[in-house]
Write a protein that binds this ligand. Structure first.
Ligand SMILES: *[C@@H]1O[C@H](CO)[C@@H](O)[C@H](O)[C@H]1NC(C)=O
Ligand SMILES: *[C@@H]1O[C@H](CO)[C@@H](O)[C@H](O)[C@H]1NC(C)=O
Ligand SMILES: *[C@@H]1O[C@H](CO)[C@@H](O)[C@H](O)[C@H]1NC(C)=O
Ligand SMILES: *[C@@H]1O[C@H](CO)[C@@H](O)[C@H](O)[C@H]1NC(C)=O
Ligand SMILES: *[C@@H]1O[C@H](CO)[C@@H](O)[C@H](O)[C@H]1NC(C)=O
Length: 714
């Protein structure tokens, strides 16, 4: 049995190696933009940390930023300009009490601002962890000042106690919907509405089982609804799975929803949601791999369209420590349909200690359990959830889980990337020169970079990866403003603001067009890469094809003269301009690469022990593949002369940066041997029937039976 974790690792390793080989799945950013002060406007204050809560006030031209014990009002156009701030610190007494309960007074016993929402009366609702005793307040911005009203409203169930615990909230019609833990220990998770009569979830593991809350969003589903449906609140989270039909993995991603008009039941489910339904949500990165875990979602809606066309973009990370992350998109209408029409899952006791969840095929009471009050219910004389019959309520109390899982659009991810894990996502829609409307994803990572990525008809493409902060630290919040055309990112050490369109980074037409960035195009008249929104004439752009044939011929590179004495060493430098470009060398003197005295370096070419036959033209070319065409540009050109005197020994470079050495081959040999050993082990294990499937774990509840038997009909 102890072999299984080892086998898991090997299995995943071999998968990873296969991926590395095939690699259409893993997209590499075309450009990496290292940290530079001009990349983004930055904001942070000495001694203040955890800038992880944001509220865009486009109406006031403000970014309201919540940090530890402070709230800031920043200029939305340039967040490095602070307009106002207000401190919200815990008292000495609160700190002492918190410390006495066993919490660290310098870390846990502080006030972390966690909730910031706009109210209709223009005030803001703000909550903080307040030394493990969450509290909420009202805040306003007037005459250039931020002020708290010190109302001291109870924040239990609205805001987490623990600053390290994830939570989610949304404000709908001045009512807060929150998903967090209600108690000090963090063991009572709830999805709650803070209305006059608060409504929340049951404390039952079938409702929420050690959840990690991720995000919430409102959906106006009552709009033009023929069924007289209600608006919904969606919640994304991950939790320990109760249904064990997916390699028995402990954690699974979920979407749940409740109806806005839910008032709870009369006897059964009193002050509890009668409309809480949840389903599994999948982002299948590879067949038969462990399910990925949801980390964030972004609700994208076209303002001109019905809610049915809204999408949820979600970022997912793996459970085991591989380093692939993914983005999947879901149609709200697909999610909605599963809840409105899908089958339920039913817990069935298999053995005394083990419950198996199977599809429920018995009779479903009417009104449909978990449905909002609609015209059909009203026709039956039920105009609010308080009038729902016990049968319906008991059903939903026991079976809030849907049988069917929610699949992403196209049944696969829009983006997969190996490397730093994805943390947050926002999405913008841009109309390109070709008239098409494209979705651009901005994805925050664990190391403080933002990826700008697109998916053109199934082709994943990362336009660039921008390093926002000098030191790597995870992006913990990401917001987008169409009004300012900016992205706002928050991390523990600071906040940053980034333009959606950063066209000026491309200096040549080729670079501009091959970036395939729908925001940018090449203006032939001024000879610049500019944003479409600022264009005065038709620009050269080719987002789907990356076809740069319309670009004018590039400027001719002037050859540089280099001279070297016989027997000397000379390095000709040449850096590939982008990650996706490969460099190669062309020589008029007929030399071939590599040879004993010509060595290829990652950043150039090394001539060793020069002799007269090495004289001549050396051209460094960069080749960028773009769908059908390979574009070649001259990066550098050298005219090498051999001086007749032996004076050229000065330019000696040690060839230490050599890459294609035997060490790499050695590594592959070792990996190959390991794989052979692993396969032999696997075969032996199959033969001995020690294992049935890779990565299968023990039953959580101690049922020692192989998977194949578990799925037998009962
Ligand atoms: C707050 O920021 C500090 C400094 O970066 C970090 O060490 C700490 O983990 C953060 N706390 C929370 C609750 O995120
Ligand atoms: C690239 O664009 C040019 C001009 O628009 C067109 O003639 C050519 O066929 C295109 N090439 C490819 C490979 O699509
Ligand atoms: C290289 O040398 C040639 C001939 O001596 C000269 O015409 C040219 O200007 C030089 N190029 C550079 C870049 O100095
Ligand atoms: C350098 O090249 C010369 C002839 O071109 C040869 O005689 C000599 O042995 C070479 N030196 C080294 C160190 O390879
Ligand atoms: C582009 O270059 C690659 C290798 O550098 C080659 O395999 C491929 O055939 C080329 N494609 C075209 C369309 O020329």
């Amino acid at each position: 049995m102890y072999l299984q974790p080892l086998l898991c690792v090997f299995w995943l390793l071999s998968l990873a190696l296969m991926l590395e080989e095939a690699s259409p799945l893993n997209s590499v950013p075309r450009k990496f933009v290292p940290f530079h002060r001009d990349n983004a406007h930055l904001f942070s204050e000495m001694g203040v940390f955890n800038y992880t809560t944001m509220l865009l006030r486009e109406d006031l031209n403000l970014l309201v930023l919540g940090a530890r014990e402070s709230v800031y009002a920043l200029n939305l156009q340039d967040i490095s300009k602070e307009l106002a701030s207000v401190k919200w610190e815990v008292t000495k007494q609160q700190k002492t009490d918190c410390n006495h309960k066993g919490k660290d007074s310098e870390i846990d016993c502080k006030n972390y601002i966690r909730i910031l929402h706009k109210r209709k009366d223009d005030r803001m609702y703000v909550c903080g962890t307040n030394a493990f005793d969450p509290v909420c307040d009202y805040m306003s911005y007037a005459d250039g000042k931020l002020s708290l009203e010190k109302k001291g409203e109870d924040g239990k169930g609205k805001c987490p106690f623990d600053p390290f615990q994830r939570y989610a909230s949304v404000m709908v019609d001045d009512t807060l919907y929150s998903a967090t833990s209600m108690n000090f220990l963090g063991s009572e998770p709830v999805l709650m509405r803070s209305s006059a009569v608060p409504i929340r979830t049951e404390f039952k593991s079938t409702w929420l089982n050690e959840p990690t809350f991720v995000s919430m969003a409102q959906m106006p589903e009552s709009e033009e609804s023929e069924e007289g449906d209600d608006d919904k609140i969606y919640l994304f989270f991950s939790e320990t799975a109760v249904e064990c039909d997916c390699y028995n993995t402990p954690v699974i991603s979920r979407v749940a929803r409740v109806c806005k008009g839910d008032l709870g039941g009369k006897r059964t489910l009193q002050k509890r949601w009668t409309s809480f339904l949840k389903a599994r949500i999948e982002c299948p990165v590879l067949e038969s791999q462990l399910p990925y875990i949801i980390q964030d979602t972004y609700r994208w809606c076209d303002p001109q369209q019905n809610w049915k066309d809204c999408l949820f973009y979600g970022v997912f990370t793996p459970q085991l420590d591989t380093d692939m992350s993914a983005v999947c998109a879901y149609r709200v209408s697909d999610i909605s349909r599963v809840f409105a029409e899908g089958k339920y899952k039913n817990p069935v006791a298999v053995e005394t200690s083990f419950v198996k969840w199977v599809m429920y095929s018995g009779e479903v009471p009417s009104p449909r359990p978990g449905a909002c009050i609609d015209n059909k219910a009203r026709d039956a004389g039920i105009s609010q959830t308080l009038q729902l019959p016990d049968r319906t309520l008991q059903f939903i109390k026991d079976k809030p889980l849907m049988d069917q899982a929610i699949q992403p659009i196209g049944d696969k991810p829009l983006l997969v990337r190996k490397g730093a894990k994805f943390t947050r996502v926002v999405v913008d829609q841009v109309q390109a020169v070709d008239g098409g409307k494209y979705h651009v994803m901005f994805i925050g990572t664990e190391v403080g970079t933002v990826l700008k990525a697109v998916n053109y008809d199934g082709e994943m493409f990362i336009i660039e990866e921008i390093q926002l902060f000098q030191r790597p630290c995870a992006i913990k919040i990401l917001k987008i403003s169409k009004v300012t055309g900016q992205i706002y990112a928050g991390s523990d050490n600071g906040a940053a603001q980034l333009q959606l369109a950063t066209c000026e980074r491309a200096l040549s037409c080729m670079d501009c067009v091959l970036a395939r960035d729908p925001y940018c195009g090449w203006d032939q008249v001024v000879g610049k890469c500019i944003a479409l929104s600022k264009a005065e004439r038709r620009l050269i752009q080719s987002v789907k094809e990356g076809n740069a044939t319309l670009c004018p011929a590039a400027d001719i590179v002037r050859p540089m003269n280099q001279s070297i004495g016989p027997g000397g060493n000379l390095k000709l430098s040449c850096l590939p301009p982008y990650n996706l470009a490969k460099t190669s060398w062309e020589m008029d003197n007929g030399h071939q690469l590599p040879s004993a005295h010509l060595q290829l370096l990652p950043d150039g070419l090394l001539i060793l022990n020069a002799s007269h036959r090495d004289a001549g033209r050396y051209r460094c070319l960069s080749v960028e593949r773009s769908r059908a065409v390979n574009y070649t540009t001259i990066v550098a050109e050298y005219e090498v002369r051999i001086a007749s005197t032996g004076s050229g020994k000065a330019l000696t470079v040690l060839p230490e940066a050599q890459t294609n050495g035997p060490s790499v081959v050695g590594l592959w040999v070792v990996i190959g041997l390991l794989l052979v050993a692993f396969l032999a082990l696997l075969t032996w294990n199959f033969y001995k029937k020690h294992i049935s499937l890779p990565c299968k774990r023990e039953q959580k509840n101690g049922a020692h039976r192989p998977q194949s038997q578990m799925t037998d009909p009962l």
